[in-house]
Structures are given as C-alpha cells and as structure tokens.
Design a protein around this ligand. Structure first.
Ligand code: PEP
Ligand code: MN
Length: 256
C-alpha cells in the first residue's frame, strides 16, 4: 500500500485545514427547504451544504432527484449563504455538468468501484468526496481513491458511511477503525457519515461524537426541516432542532 500515490499526496483544499462539517437534506427537494437548512448551517458555522440532485435509489420507482434543476438550486443557495456545496454524481457523462454547479463532487457508495466514474472525476479540477462502498475492504477503498489520484486529482476526501455486516438492527455497521487505518495510510481527510451508517436519527449524535473522538476530520449529516415528509431518507434525518443541539454539543467538546 505504501507505493500508492494516495499514501503520499497532500491535498490542498480551498478551505484549508478546517474540519469538513457537511449537512443537508438527502435530496434537494425545493429552494425553500434548502434555504431553511442553509441558514441553520450558517448559524452553527458548518461550512458545507449537501443535497443530492441525482439520487441512487434502490427502487426505480422512488424519487430520483431534481437533476439539473436541483443543482441550480444548490448552487444558488450555497452562494447566498457562503457555503461550499456537495452533490453526488452518478455517471461519467454527468461529471462536467455537476462540476459546473458544485464545489465538491460526491461519488457514492454504490459507485465506489465504478472505475470509469473514478477516472472521470480524477480528470476534473474539483475536490472529490469518495464514499466507502458498502461491501468494500479498506484496501479496496484506498485503491478506488488511487484511481482518482492517478488521474491527477489529489483533492480527495474519504468518507466512512458504514458497511454491510450480518447485523440488521441498523441500516449498516459503522466501522470506526476505518478512521485510524485510513489516517495511518494517507494524508487525506477522513470524514464519517453516521446518517447512512445507522439509518436512524436518534443514533446519529452519539456516533457523530464517537467519530470525532476517533480522529475523524469531519462529518456528513442528513438534516431536513420535516423528516417525516422527506422524499428520501427521512428516518435518518435530524430535525433542525436536533441538528442544532448536536452542533452545539460538538462545539463545546471542541473547546478543549
Ligand atoms: C447520500 O449521501 O445521499 C448517499 C446516497 O450515500 P451513500 O452513497 O453512502 O449510500
Ligand atoms: Mn441519503
């Protein structure tokens, strides 16, 4: 593993070394919903707004996202609130379009070994947030990141989002040991997504705290003004109040 580029590259992000604290709805649903979340992030000093415009849904009959219209909303809202934007790109042919509107391209769990997509985002100038595939060993995760680095893009964020195990009580199983392992083998930031890892809003705050205690460089958390009405992943989305309280707790913990 030591001969890999990902073990040597030092990323240079536009935001410097600050913690990558990302939150937002699973999917971009409307300008109004996104603005509500963005104004809360601004208050809590979380600098990164997420929202999917192209959604990888298990069922073809589930909401697939607003597509380019969603990207336009995310672009407009993130600029208005001074936030960096993060959105998923599903296909190599969409990379140029998504890169036109967002600051960070997300490659999701289901696409973590889509090598043509990895190469395409590697050719792009924008930072890439690579999520661990749900069945991926850490060595494979680093090799997926290597596809991006090998094309010349060193600005990669690694995201642990839970893996599939025999346990079904939670949506996935959060692998906290991924954090020290990935940090030992690379200088890339490692962030944790406790929303997709657990699938349940009440489990998100404790695991978010655990991730930071284990050395994570950031978090990605799903938030929705009305989770019960969300078009995707409502069960794991924090309400605005729940998010505010978590952000406050984390802030206090960071004081010393
Ligand atoms: C997401 O972040 O909305 C998402 C689909 O995540 P994952 O790829 O981890 O399932
Ligand atoms: Mn989601």
């Amino acid at each position: 593993m030591n001969s890999l580029q990902v073990s040597k590259i030092i990323p240079i992000f536009p935001w410097g070394h600050e913690k990558i604290l990302i939150a937002g709805p699973c999917a971009i649903e409307s300008q109004e919903t996104l603005e509500t979340v963005a104004s809360l992030l601004q208050v809590c000093q979380w600098k990164f707004l997420r929202g999917g415009a192209f959604k990888p849904r298990t069922s073809p009959y589930s909401f697939q996202g607003l597509g380019e219209e969603g990207l336009k909303i995310l672009n407009q809202v993130s600029h208005a609130y001074g936030l960096y934007s993060v959105s998923e790109v599903l296909a190599p042919e969409d990379v140029a379009l998504v890169a036109e509107y967002v600051d960070i391209l997300q490659v999701g769990s289901r696409n973590a070994q889509n090598f043509s997509l990895l190469k395409k985002v590697g050719e792009c100038q924008k930072p890439v947030l690579l999520k661990r595939g749900m069945m991926m060993r850490l060595e494979e995760f680093l090799l997926a990141a290597e596809y991006i680095a090998e094309k010349g893009n060193s600005n990669i964020i690694l995201c642990e989002r839970g893996i599939r195990t025999f346990e079904t009580a939670t949506r996935n199983t959060l692998d906290l040991s991924a954090i020290p392992y990935l940090k030992e083998h690379t200088s890339l930031p490692v962030i944790v997504d406790p929303s997709h890892a657990t699938g349940k809003a009440s489990y998100v705050p404790p695991l978010a705290k655990a991730a930071l205690s284990c050395g994570a460089d950031g978090l990605m958390i799903e938030v929705h003004p009305h989770p019960q009405e969300a078009l995707s992943d409502g069960e794991q989305s924090l309400t605005l109040d729940q998010f505010k309280s978590l952000a406050k707790d984390l802030d206090c913990a960071n004081q010393y």
